[in-house]
Design a protein around this ligand. Structure first.
Ligand code: 6LW
Length: 511
């Protein structure tokens, strides 16, 4: 038997939504306070996904100025209809729902079409009779019940064509959300998530002969959940279905992989990740996800024929064509804070007053941590001019939970520092005088510990200390995101005179 490995998209990639166009599959995930927003992935086999861009690449589409961490872009839905891709989502920073469209999934995508529609997790369904349904979660207005609401939409203008109607409350779990409507074999299936996006998460389904119900709940709900199971994958929920070209059905959904912590308990810091599972149909026409509602780290390929997996390892050398698609800024990047042209072949970051401790746009560019065991290194050329100027490599969950290995100017001398921040606790753990202007900064990640170091070019690594992974976890830091490795610069209160130039960035997966 042949297998594929879950998660199919590791690291902070929650709320997956998928669609198929011929033999090509496209998938989007949530991005919160990171910019550009809504990563877009492509696959030919459902197992190997490659990021090809983002839907929201302009401030006119995504304004995150002052956006709190874990707010911003919540769950998107991706659909294809008559030559156009549509991506609908909520910017919870302004609390508005909107969609963008494009003929090419790599973009560019249209300006937002704003909706008069409350709640989160909007979804689109294009019916065979050309009606378009907007389905989303609600229950935040007045005393309206929590659950799933729906209306018909004019997809050209974004105007609602009907009243917004309550269609299902789910099976009684908290936070009924993440709806998707499908028409399968003449019936309307409504797939939702319940239980909240934590350890009680689950997927439930109901069906009706009419798109507005009444919906009959599946007798074997929930059709996916790992709640109260001893299982390496937890919090499974928020699914979307797709039919393979060969007729087989598959679900993408989110889950987490908690890492054991030394004194017991579980912590997850890689974020909510994207998983894949086969879907079979019961004799009475209900979908069954995975093995009677559970999914594994290794699952049988069945009819899938995956190509070769593109290695996750990467050496990024920077060129003027733009940052690689896996890279993001924290909120909209501040003008003049980054450049790929100032020093060709380098990523130049100019420190601003803002630091990594601020809900702001510090000079920052990073990529997700996607593996428990990996090693990251970055080559930095930096000659700080003013007291407090600093640049380096951060392991970043949010402004209150992050670790840095960095170079800064203190009392007129260049030093390498290891700093840890976990909530109100904050400490520069190590300081070492450093004469050179070029340095390689390193972080080695293991499931329980990050180990920080530096080396002058061509020399041995000097260890600077460690930081516990669990202190950056969602269980400690809160929120909906996962850890990023970020290159950053800051003037610690004022704009820096010197730019911090990064020559390369390496991400190596370790066994
Ligand atoms: C999202 C909701 C959820 O909009 O978490 O897991 C919220 N599900 O559906 C943020 O990702």
């Amino acid at each position: 038997m042949q297998y594929y490995e879950n998660p199919v998209i590791p690291g902070f990639h929650p709320d997956p939504s998928v669609c198929r166009v011929g033999s090509d599959y496209y998938l989007v995930t949530s991005s919160f306070q990171y910019f550009p927003g809504v990563p877009v992935f492509h696959s030919r086999d459902l197992v190997n996904w490659q990021q090809i861009g983002h839907c929201l690449t302009r401030k006119s589409q995504l304004d995150l100025g002052g956006c709190a961490s874990s707010m911003g872009i919540f769950a998107p839905t991706l659909r294809f209809h008559q030559g156009r891709f549509y991506m609908i989502t909520t910017n919870t920073h302004s609390f508005r729902n909107f969609y963008v469209w494009s003929e090419a999934p790599e973009g560019p995508w249209s300006e937002p079409v704003w909706l008069d529609w409350p709640g989160i997790d909007p979804s689109l369904f294009f019916d065979e009779d050309n009606r378009v349904y907007l389905t989303g979660n609600g229950g935040f207005r007045g005393d309206e019940p929590r659950g799933i609401y729906q209306a018909e939409l004019d997809i050209e203008t974004g105007k609602l064509l009907t009243e917004r109607r309550f269609i299902w409350s789910g099976t009684g779990g908290k936070a009924p959300e993440a709806p998707h409507l499908y028409r399968i074999q003449g019936m309307y299936y409504l797939l939702i998530a319940e239980g909240g996006t934590e350890y009680g998460h689950m997927v439930t389904v109901a069906r009706s002969a009419s798109p507005y119900g009444p919906f009959q709940s599946c007798p074997s709900n929930p059709i996916l959940t790992h709640r109260s199971l001893e299982h390496p994958i937890q919090a499974t929920g928020h699914a979307d279905l797709v039919q393979h070209e060969d007729g087989s059905w598959w679900a993408v959904f989110l889950g987490i992989r908690p890492a054991p912590v030394p004194f017991g308990g579980q912590h997850h810091y890689l974020g909510r990740e994207t998983f894949l599972s086969p879907v079979t149909w019961s004799e009475d026409g209900w979908p069954v996800i995975g093995d009677q509602g559970t999914a594994g780290e290794r699952m049988e390929l069945r009819s899938l024929r995956p190509g070769k997996r593109r290695p996750w390892n990467g050496l990024e050398s920077f060129d003027s064509r733009g940052l690689p698609p896996e890279w993001s800024f924290l909120r909209n990047p501040a003008e003049g804070s980054w450049s790929l042209e100032a020093r060709p072949g380098w990523l130049s970051l100019t420190g601003l007053a803002a630091t990594l401790d601020d809900v702001s746009s510090p000079a920052f560019a990073g990529r997700r941590q996607q593996h428990f065991n990996c090693r990251v290194s970055a080559f930095l050329s930096f000659d700080p001019q003013q007291e407090g100027e600093e640049a380096g490599l951060t392991v970043y969950m949010n402004e209150r939970y992050h670790y840095e290995i960095a170079v800064r100017l203190l009392d007129g001398r260049r030093q390498v520092i290891l700093r840890r921040r976990a909530g109100a606790l904050w400490k520069v753990e190590q300081e070492a005088v450093y004469e050179g202007t070029e340095i390689i900064l390193t972080v080695q990640a293991e499931p329980a510990l990050y180990t920080f170091g530096f080396c002058p070019p061509e020399e041995e690594t000097v260890a600077m200390g460690t930081g516990e992974c669990s202190l950056l976890s969602t269980e400690v830091a809160g929120g909906f995101t996962g850890v990023h490795f970020g290159l950053y610069a800051t003037g610690n209160g004022k704009r820096s005179a010197a730019s911090a130039d990064f020559g390369w960035f390496k991400y190596e997966v370790l066994a």
